[in-house]
Ligand binder design. Structure first.
Ligand SMILES: [Zn+2]
Ligand SMILES: [Zn+2]
Length: 738
């Protein structure tokens, strides 16, 4: 809080959730001004509406005359919801990613707070009525399993919070039935006050030497900033290292923040944390209701939740006593937001750790080239876990030359023989193809016609049990045809998707149960878990699937992994495509032979001499990464350079390029040394969902010149006349170049 002269106007610089890249000045009347500090929310008049704003600064004067400033309508928080240092981190992020500060600060708040809900609210909890435990078990019929289970659960705690009820899957209907019979009652209590919950850590398994060394390095750095790269092959026990580092942080009375990829936030993972730590966890994922999200956020902020686990956006959850940040599968694409505020949760996690003065652990079996380059610059920061646990042997990788072998709908003969061999031995096989649907193209052999999406520069995908063709880029559907609309010849599906592979294998192995795992087959909640349980029981023997199969799941009885098409990533215009391909191959390979059974990995390709594949085969991911880093350095690409991408799109074909040319001229006026401008050029897929797209790439050796240019250039873009006819965005450190 700042002192101000009695009677003098207090000016508040307020962040409002709007695409305008600035703060807004308001006046606070003398009676409320002393209670306002940066980080408090206020109600402000904004245009014709009333909006929630966050006070960012108290100012002595405004650029506008005081008579033009509007007064705030009211104060929402009497204590700031964000600490000053956290507010500064958010402002830094807005500045770094050149995104409107109001939207950045809004993104860091649960929806309920964005709408003006009070932070400290009463929480409705449930508890057993006195003496009802035995009574309920005596009176409830044995077949009323859910009711009895709920009673047993509730008997273990004095009262159960909404979060606990959710974790135990006790529904409102169950509670209502129990209340009708007088077994339970609801009551409200003030939401958690911030007293840290009691914590007990259960003992974990014995560590091997590499794990012990990693744990000791990380634990020894608690209380100071350090970036650790935990590089461990699949099955080497990275999670155990995380758990020990977290335990060490909890022992100091601090919290831990764990970021995981979207696909990895599974009940199994949460279970593993719950098994180890007898303490309050806050789990943030997209399935939470607004109220649940607010409760988790609040518990993290006030320190009640000692361990906070979440996906990308959890990097913005405030912590009362930050102790350590863990970023699992740091190379995963889901850490980068691909629209709106295009931040990288991995990179911001590092910045955040630096600002808090705490260590951050980046874990991966296939680290990003950025993280490997950082580890090379910081000797001693690389922690390697080179061995698989319980003497599981690493799988053997080999290539299958698609040009030399006959194939049955995309599966080469040597692969089919291997599938047969592994099935005969009583084991399981996994076939990976990163393309869902039946076939990627519907083609006319008569005249060369192919079915295209009307709204995208893309083919429509054929699906097995659908009369419609589907566009995988915009979701458009079109009725499938059996004859060519040009020449009336019969058309045929060309190429393979997971559905066609499934069909072929069903035909060739009719006695063997098979499951396809992709976004189409696993739509319903719980479906994936059910299939995985059948795989566990060895009832399902063949697995066909996409990326969904490559992460997080353990298939101890899978001994053969087939990568059906390695060639999609070999010749892409995107310089990161080969890195993603290598990571995917290593991740899929990691599913094989996890237990005592040795694994075999077959990779189908038409380019068996491609250096990416040969390096990967001879020296593993490390050899690939070494070569790729050398190439990036020679070509001047990240991590040896910094990029920003200005994208534009419009329904009218010429507009994006017109805007980008105007933007280019504006950039030339500033002539910042060291920044190269490449383009503008149409996007690789020029038209998508009916919009034409183009881009302009900014390239510099370091971030400084880029930032210098963008700080003067982007405000100018906002007022270009050409900007009114396009939708444009800036992407700093883009993950994909289209
Ligand atoms: Zn035709
Ligand atoms: Zn489309």
């Amino acid at each position: 809080m700042q002192n101000h002269k009695a009677g003098a106007a207090v000016i508040l610089a307020v962040a409002v959730d709007t695409p305008l890249r600035r703060l807004f000045d308001y006046l606070a009347s003398d009676d409320v001004a002393p209670a306002i500090a940066p980080g408090c929310r206020v109600w402000v008049p904004f245009g014709r509406r009333r909006a929630v704003g966050v006070v960012v600064e108290l100012r002595e004067r405004s650029e506008l005359p005081v008579s033009k400033l509007r007064r705030i309508h009211g104060v929402i928080d009497h204590d700031p919801i964000f600490q000053l240092s956290f507010l500064e981190l958010l402002r830094w992020s807005a500045d770094y990613y050149r995104h409107p500060v109001g939207e950045v600060i809004a993104a860091a708040m649960p929806v309920a707070l964005r709408r003006g809900a009070a932070l400290a609210v009463e929480e409705i909890s449930w508890r057993l009525t006195p003496g009802s435990h035995e009574r309920a078990l005596a009176e409830l019929p044995v077949r009323a399993r859910q009711l009895r289970a709920a009673i047993e659960r509730l008997a273990t705690v004095p009262d159960a919070s909404p979060q606990a009820l959710q974790e135990w899957a006790i529904s409102n209907a169950t509670l209502r039935k129990l209340r009708e019979r007088g077994f339970v009652e609801r009551f409200s209590r003030p939401a958690a006050s911030g007293a840290p919950a009691l914590t007990a850590t259960r003992e974990g398994p014995q560590l091997n030497e590499a794990q012990a060394a990693a744990v000791s390095s990380i634990s020894g750095s608690l209380g100071t900033f350090a970036t650790w790269l935990l590089y461990g092959v699949t099955g080497s026990g990275k999670t155990e290292v995380y758990l020990r580092a977290i335990a060490a942080s909890l022992e100091r009375g601090d919290q831990a923040l764990v970021l995981v990829p979207e696909i990895a936030l599974t009940p199994q993972l949460i279970g593993r944390f719950r098994e180890r730590f007898d303490t309050e966890l806050a789990v943030l994922h997209s399935g939470l209701s607004d109220g649940e999200r607010l409760a988790a956020w609040r518990n993290a902020r006030n320190g009640t939740a000692r361990v906070v686990i979440g996906t990308r956006s959890a990097v913005f959850v405030p912590l009362a006593r930050p102790g350590v940040i863990i970023i699992d599968e740091e190379n995963d694409g889901s850490f980068k937001q691909q629209d709106g505020f295009r931040y990288s949760a991995r990179d911001l996690g590092i910045v955040r750790a630096q600002r808090h003065g705490i260590p951050v652990v980046l874990g991966s079996a296939t680290p990003s080239l950025e993280s490997l380059a950082r580890a090379q610059r910081q000797p001693g920061s690389l922690l390697s876990l080179p061995h698989r646990a319980a003497d599981a042997r690493p799988p053997t990788l080999s290539l299958v030359d698609l040009r030399r072998h006959a194939d049955a709908q995309g599966i080469a003969t040597p692969v089919l023989l291997a599938v047969r061999r592994h099935l005969d031995a009583g084991q399981q096989v996994l076939l990976f193809l990163n393309r869902r649907g039946y076939a990627p193209v519907l083609f006319c052999p008569g005249c060369g016609w192919a079915a295209h999406c009307r709204r995208c520069d893309a083919h429509l995908t054929v699906h097995r049990n659908s009369t419609d063709l589907l566009c995988h880029h915009c979701g458009a559907q079109q009725a499938a045809v059996t004859v060519c609309p040009n020449c009336a010849s019969p058309v045929k599906p060309v190429g393979q998707g997971t559905e066609r592979i499934e069909e072929t294998l069903e035909r060739l192995f009719p006695q063997t149960r098979l499951a396809r795992i992709d976004r189409d087959s696993m739509r319903r909640k719980g479906e994936l878990e059910a299939v995985l349980a059948e795989v566990d029981r060895n009832e399902i023997r063949i697995l066909v699937g996409t990326q969904m199969l490559t992460k997080g799941h353990h298939f101890p009885n899978v001994t053969l992994v087939v990568v059906l098409n390695a060639d999609q990533g070999l010749f892409s215009t995107d310089f990161r495509a080969s890195e993603r391909l290598a990571q995917t191959i290593v991740q899929v390979a990691g599913r094989a032979g996890r237990a005592e059974l040795p694994g075999e990995v077959l990779i189908q390709t038409e380019y068996p001499t491609h250096p990416l594949l040969t390096r990967l085969l001879s020296g593993g991911y490390e050899a690939f990464a070494e070569g790729a880093l050398r190439e990036r350095e020679q070509a001047g690409w990240p991590p040896y350079a910094r990029l920003a991408l200005l994208r534009a799109e419009a329904t009218h074909p010429g507009e994006p390029l017109k805007f980008l040319h105007a933007a280019l001229s504006a950039a030339h006026e500033h002539a910042v040394r060291g920044v190269k401008l490449l383009g503008p050029a149409p996007a690789p897929m020029e038209r998508r969902a009916g919009r034409h797209r183009a881009q302009l790439l900014l390239h510099a050796a370091t971030h400084g010149p880029l930032q210098k240019l963008m700080s003067v250039w982007i405000p100018q873009l906002e007022i270009l006349p050409e900007a009114r006819r396009v939708r444009w965005s800036i992407d700093v450190d883009p993950a994909e170049l289209f």
